[in-house]
Design a protein around this ligand. Structure first.
Ligand SMILES: Nc1ncnc2c1ncn2[C@@H]1O[C@H](COP(=O)(O)OP(=O)(O)O)[C@@H](O)[C@H]1O
Ligand SMILES: [Mg+2]
Length: 263
């Protein structure tokens, strides 16, 4: 039997639920997607033990776009990797739609990642010998409910580049292929670790616009790690991390469009 992913499916969890209140007047709170409590991570390096997370308590809600800021080494990537099932916590708990990820076995985490999580990293990790469409198809071929690769590429503004190879594209275009690849499986959550870290401002803007469009169009709960506090203006909520803890959480009173952000 298939474990967490199947239990998630049989619990009737809908992917990409949109924020549609039952009635406009009803006070409807978006569903909780992730809940972390007292989450810690210690990397045991023999002589030294690195305490990367020192007790993270946080909820992330359906459909929101969250920016996670914080200095280098503050634990941002560690936290994102645990949310995405790429790493496991040392203590504490994190649930995904009520299912305890910290209790999941490796096989269950693999299915969880495959079916529900899209990742975007600083470096695009495209396969050089495959076209944009083929790079996306690598993922859609094993996904439960994928988009057409061409549609995903269209969504990130690369409809005219589907048959291009990575070497024929700029860094920003390659990163948008990576975003198309991440969203093409229709993930429930999109986790982005410094997606514009290797890009200049103009190119980075297009990448942020692609993320914004995916978040809006698909309702995918999205977390973006960045060093750049200007980028935080496009978020619904901004989290600050320091020394392995979330030290502030703020809701942006007005959200800026990615295309109006300069840095
Ligand atoms: N695989 C690892 N092994 C040992 N230490 C690690 C590992 N990954 C991260 N760390 C340490 O954990 C701390 C937090 O790292 P990280 O989560 O990458 O921070 P950030 O993404 O905010 O820069 C750092 O001190 C880092 O050196
Ligand atoms: Mg990092």
């Amino acid at each position: 039997m298939a474990g967490a992913a199947l239990r998630l499916a049989s619990a009737g969890i809908l992917k990409n639920k949109k924020l549609t209140p039952a009635s406009p007047s009803a006070e409807s709170k978006p569903a909780t997607v992730f809940e972390a409590s007292a989450l810690t991570k210690v990397y045991d390096m023999g002589e030294v033990r690195v305490r990367a997370l020192r007790g993270v308590d946080l909820k992330l809600y359906e459909g929101e776009l969250v920016v996670l800021l914080g200095p280098s080494g503050s634990g941002k990537s560690t936290f994102l990797n645990i949310l995405g099932g790429l790493d496991t916590a040392t203590s504490g708990r994190v649930t995904y739609r009520g299912t305890d990820l910290t209790a999941a076995r490796e096989r269950e985490l693999t299915l969880y990642r495959r079916n529900y999580v899209g990742f975007v990293f600083q470096f695009y990790n495209l396969i050089p010998s495959l076209t944009a469409r083929e790079n996306v198809a690598v993922v859609t071929e094993i996904a439960l409910d994928p988009m057409r690769p061409a549609d995903a590429l269209e969504l990130v503004g690369l409809g005219d580049r589907i048959d291009h190879f990575p070497s024929q594209m700029s860094g920003g275009q390659q990163q948008r292929v990576a975003i198309a690849r991440a969203i093409a499986k229709n993930p429930s959550v999109l986790l982005c670790d410094e997606p514009t870290g290797a890009l200049d401002s103009a190119t980075g803007s297009l990448v942020l616009e692609a993320l914004e469009r995916a978040n809006r169009t698909l309702g995918t709960t999205t977390v973006v790690i960045t060093h750049n506090s200007d980028i935080a203006r496009m978020a619904d909520r901004v989290l600050q991390m320091r020394d392995g803890r979330i030290v502030s959480q703020e809701r942006n009173p007005t959200k800026k469009s990615a295309k109006d952000i300069n840095w």
